[in-house]
Design a protein around this ligand. Structure first.
Ligand SMILES: C[S@@+](CC[C@H](N)C(=O)[O-])C[C@H]1O[C@@H](n2cnc3c(N)ncnc32)[C@H](O)[C@@H]1O
Length: 259
């Protein structure tokens, strides 16, 4: 098994924005969607070797952190500057550091704003991908996101909210492709009202995909909001829109054609 490279932290100036010469690496790791078995082998190995794990709040399943030797810190409540400073300080002390993000860090993970100041401070950063909740939601529905004869394309988007002034949901919905809407459950009715699609368009809302309390609510654009409200789901869910949700109307691929 390959070993994690030893830290070579050499902080020379820790005032304000410290520059540490050459330090790290710090590993930005995708935790996966929730099920502790859905982290990559590499991610798990890095977690086990870490002395400090700064994890991204409630969407990281606490079960993933159980039994680890490292100190665990919830980044909720820490500012970007505090997170950066803690990472640099730990590397300076020669500790292995993991920054743990839910799902895959490249989707709504806000990692670049963390990576840039670290790189500016001379820290080497490595990103380890993860299984996005998007894929866990598709797996929960036992469907494909791209399906021959239904939709060959996938739009990944999010509605406007506290951290986004304007969204592109309406315009994107006109393409008629499968849509995966992150961060939309709190404003589900508003999001659905923006979609320019027929009212009988299949929609599924998957809450806590891959967690033990996973819930799948299926319906159409016309009735899904009411069903989701009745189920008491207000957050931490993936909204999937389009024919792929109903698992019907598709054509066979050529992959399994008799030769
Ligand atoms: C800040 S984003 C992080 C997404 C993450 N990077 C990913 O790839 O899954 C948080 C949003 O992802 C979605 N999400 C995260 N984990 C989820 C899960 N286990 N099941 C369903 N949706 C989830 C929800 O829409 C939630 O509001």
């Amino acid at each position: 098994m390959s070993q994690i490279p030893p830290n070579q932290a050499k902080i020379v100036d820790s005032a304000g924005h410290p520059h540490c010469g050459s330090a790290g690496p710090v590993y930005f790791v995708g935790a996966g969607p929730g099920d502790p078995e859905l982290i990559t082998v590499k991610g798990r190995r890095l977690l086990e070797a870490a002395d400090l794990i700064i994890y991204a709040g409630s969407l990281v399943n606490p079960a993933l952190l159980e039994g680890l030797k490292g100190e665990t810190v919830d980044s909720n409540g820490l500012s970007l500057e505090e997170t950066t400073a803690r990472i640099i300080q730990a590397l300076h002390e020669g500790r292995n550091v993991v920054r743990l993000h839910s799902g895959d860090p490249s989707l709504y993970g806000a990692i670049l704003e963390q990576i840039k100041p670290l790189e500016d401070a001379g820290v080497d950063v490595v990103v380890v991908p993860g299984v996005s909740s998007l894929f866990a939601a598709a797996a929960a529905l036992k469907t494909q996101l791209t399906l021959k004869g239904v939709s060959e394309s996938l739009v990944v988007t999010r509605p406007a909210g506290t951290t986004l002034e304007e969204d592109q949901v309406a315009g994107l919905s006109r393409h008629g492709t499968t849509m995966a809407v992150f961060l939309g459950t709190e404003r589900l009715r508003e999001v659905l009202a923006t979609l320019e699609r027929p009212l009988d368009t299949p929609v599924a809302v998957v809450y806590h995909a891959s967690w033990p309390d996973q819930k799948i609510i299926s319906g159409t654009l016309a009735d899904i909001a009411q069903k989701v409200e009745r189920a008491g789901i207000r957050r931490s869910a993936m909204i999937l829109v389009g024919g792929v949700v109903s698992r019907s109307g598709f054509r066979r691929s050529h992959l399994y054609r008799n030769r």
